[in-house]
Write a protein that binds this ligand. Structure first.
Ligand code: PHE
Ligand code: FE
Length: 283
């Protein structure tokens, strides 16, 4: 396989970061943020983990307009030592992992247009910042994200990025959690999407299965529609403990001999919260 040594684009630093250039946002840009924010803020209470709402509050993300990354970083730094930095778009895996390992969350700075409120192919600042940043104010989740970055650098050396990417997908992006006997949202891909915030909890279509590290590393995922399966963790502490205390190297090797699982698979050993009808994706 060829190794691609991608270089940062013109105007970006060696670590691929660029200035956010906050003053360049137009009134329309801020208006789009405000509309998206208002819609999610009205819907999420009772659905999302309270830790997310506390993060929004603590970081003063409740004030109107696209957040200024410097202000956000200052608050976040005091709380958990994280920062938010702007990048031009998708960055190479290693660059991404390195930033995470150093407690820097990389975010797109552009925002969708009013015509794209519900669907967008690339993550914009609303997904990246509204979706991901509030939980970075939570000490345990903050540690998980850093550990993930370090794990990414290791996985890269072991040729196991795809396995590790599934862990990110099914936790950081599309994770559910059980709190006081109830399922709640915490994944950024869900909470930044109006439709999926409802679908992931209420729709009969998807499976909702207990988190199992090894199982999840074998599971494919969809990038073109809502998920067919969501995985439910018991707590952030438990997620951190399980992933940090497990050496993934033997796991990666062991999994080399196994087949991947389809995104809608349900196994006899799965802890099933909801057995999905899969009617959304039925032929
Ligand atoms: N324990 C993992 C490893 O051995 C690192 C890791 C921690 C990965 C937390 C993801 C999340 O590679
Ligand atoms: Fe994301």
């Amino acid at each position: 396989m060829a190794h691609i040594h991608a270089r940062p684009p013109e105007g970006a630093a060696a670590d691929w970061t660029i200035p956010q250039d906050w003053s360049a946002y137009t009134p329309q840009d801020h208006g789009v943020w405000d509309r998206l924010f208002a819609r999610q803020a009205a819907m999420l209470p009772g659905r999302v983990v309270p830790e997310f709402l506390e993060g929004l509050d603590m970081l003063r993300m409740t004030k109107p307009g696209v957040p200024d990354f410097e202000e956000l970083s200052e608050r976040l730094m005091r709380r958990t030592g994280w920062q938010v930095v702007a990048v031009p778009g998708l960055v190479p895996d290693r660059v991404f992992f390195k930033h995470l390992a150093n407690r820097r969350f990389v975010a797109g700075r552009f925002i969708r247009t009013p015509e794209q409120l519900d669907y967008l192919e690339e993550p914009d600042v609303f997904h990246d910042v509204f979706g991901h940043v509030p939980l970075l104010a939570h000490p345990v989740f903050a540690d998980y994200m850093q550990a993930y970055g370090e794990g990414g650098l290791r996985a890269e050396r072991m040729g196991a990025i795809e396995r590790l990417a599934r862990l990110y997908w099914y936790t950081v992006e599309f994770g559910l959690i059980r709190q006081d006997g109830e399922l709640r949202l915490y994944g950024a891909g869900i909470v930044s999407s109006h439709g999926e915030s409802i679908f992931a909890l209420d729709d009969p279509s998807p499976n909702r299965l207990g988190f199992d590290l090894r199982r999840l590393m074998r599971t494919q995922y969809r990038i073109d529609d809502y998920q067919q399966s969501y995985f439910v963790i018991d707590s952030f502490e438990d997620l951190l403990r399980q992933t940090v205390e497990t050496d993934f190297a033997p796991l990666y090797r062991e999994l080399e001999g196994t087949d991947d699982l389809e995104a809608d698979a349900v196994l006899p050993e799965d802890r099933v919260y909801t057995l999905g009808t899969q009617e959304r994706t039925a032929p």
